[in-house]
Design a protein around this ligand. Structure first.
Ligand code: MN
Length: 267
């Protein structure tokens, strides 16, 4: 199996290489990602200027890696259309440093990179860690491996697009895995005003949303300490696909219990 890993935090982001390191034991991994942070760039593609690409020396050995002077969506389009010669079986975008929940999914570069995979007919995961610290990123990378294993043994529809968010908890402490819908809330709807002496200026501010999101939504699941998996394509709501995801969730729960037991036994 060959997995394309990308992100929106830039090719040198910690979360990306933790993901690569974790996946590389079970699959061939190629990396194509923006050369700099592109968070909140959404689905943007670059059509009015050329895209420069650089092959980089990866921090994880034996991984083919390219940085793209463009957006996350550009990176995936280039990877699939030109850079990676082998057949790609799955796209994993992340691990994003911070959540991608509710309405913010529509501005997320992480989700948009996965969306490009989906648009090319590939199973695609966007994975985000609510806490941007190394611990949470590493736990999310471990969970990504469980997901990829689960999906490869029990394939989802080829064009599945799943948005996955982890709460800021170690895997051994998460309450469960929930299939959710997007909450109608945004973390990025606050405007702050300042004045530089001549002109007013404005900041769009990211903040924690108020509590009280519905339990069935992604924000609700995270607030309650669950891992949230949101299928972002309407076909996935059809009965057969949804039960496949339910099976995957049940398996992931078993995996997490197993992990917790291993930890308790101090192995
Ligand atoms: Mn990001």
């Amino acid at each position: 199996m060959k997995i394309l890993v990308t992100n929106d935090d830039g090719i040198f982001a910690e979360g990306l290489w933790m993901l690569v390191e974790a996946l590389r034991d079970m699959a061939q991994v190629a990396v194509v990602a923006p050369d700099r942070e592109q968070s909140a760039i959404g689905t943007a593609v670059t059509l009015r200027q050329p895209l420069r690409v650089r092959k980089i020396k990866p921090p994880v050995p034996e991984v083919e890696a390219y940085s793209v002077e463009g957006t996350p969506a550009d990176s995936v389009i280039l990877a699939l259309g030109k850079l990676i010669k082998d057949k790609i079986d799955m796209i994993v975008s992340g691990i994003n440093q911070g959540p991608n929940l509710g309405d913010d999914v529509f501005i997320s570069g992480t989700v948009s990179a996965a969306l490009q995979g989906y648009l090319h007919g590939l199973p695609a995961l966007a994975i985000s860690a609510t806490n941007a610290d190394s611990l949470n990123l590493k736990e999310a990378a471990k969970f990504a491996v469980l997901m990829v294993k689960g999906i490869s043994s029990n394939p989802l529809a080829a064009d599945a697009l799943l948005n996955v968010n982890l709460p800021g908890l170690p895997l051994a402490k998460v309450k469960g895995v929930k299939i959710t819908t997007l909450a109608s809330k945004s973390h990025t709807d606050t405007v702050e005003e300042g004045h530089d002496g001549k002109h007013a200026y404005y900041w769009l501010v990211r903040q924690k949303v108020n509590r009280g999101a519905l339990k069935t939504t992604d924000i609700g699941a995270i607030e309650q300490g669950h891992i949230s998996i949101t299928p972002l394509h309407s076909n996935l709501k059809s009965k057969s696909s949804s039960s496949t995801i339910e099976d995957l969730c049940a398996k992931l729960l078993d995996d997490l219990r197993e992990l917790a037991n291993t930890k308790r036994r101090g192995i």
